[in-house]
Design a protein around this ligand. Sequence first.
Ligand code: SAH
Length: 214
Amino acid sequence: MVNFKKARERMVEAQVMARGVQDERVLEAMRKVPRHLFVDEALRDQAYSDHPLPIAENQTISQPFIVGLMTESLQLKGGEKVLEIGTGSGYQAAVLAELAGRVFSIERFPDLGYRANATLRKLGYENVIIRVGDGSLGWPDDAPFDGIIVTAGTPQIPQPLIDQLVPGGRLIVPVGDRTAQDLILVERAPEGVRKTNLGGVRFVNLVGKWGWKE
Ligand code: SAH
């Protein structure tokens, strides 16, 4: 029987902090969220290991360091409205829920969306709303957002997501081909948009109007 709390502390120290994530609020959120409850029972013992893990529909839950890096890039202070594209297991949404005011998350596969919703409810996260649909179009009804995080790889930055950022808002998105991408941080300033490359990653595909066609 793994001591999950210990495993989580070790994960934060050896994987997330060791590679440079410094935001103490992000580290604390990752020490708190029970990542093992977002994966299949058979994979629980691997939940805190240094790699992505399979979830249903051939999708994956990201490596812990990547969750830390992407979350930190949004610079959340508390109270923000955040949009996530690609709910998957719901783990990233839970980490965001610890740090922001309200989290909106969109998933393409209904069964993943329902399952993530059930997990988040069971854990008591009441500030996360999940919707099923094409997240590359954003969530116009509740826009604009202070932060947007895309957890699937796309050939281009979906324009609706840039349009749905507040001035000063931040969008983090993996952009590239089907197998390898760069993490691009987009900051929307009054004078225009600034893009920074945070390095190479490998995500499953964003499938939708602004992503890949299946
Ligand atoms: N953030 C998730 C992992 C995401 S894996 C977690 O913490 O577990 C990427 C997810 O994006 C997959 O579940 C995939 O089905 C979803 N996805 C792909 N294209 C999408 C789209 N256009 N809109 C919404 N979700 C999409």
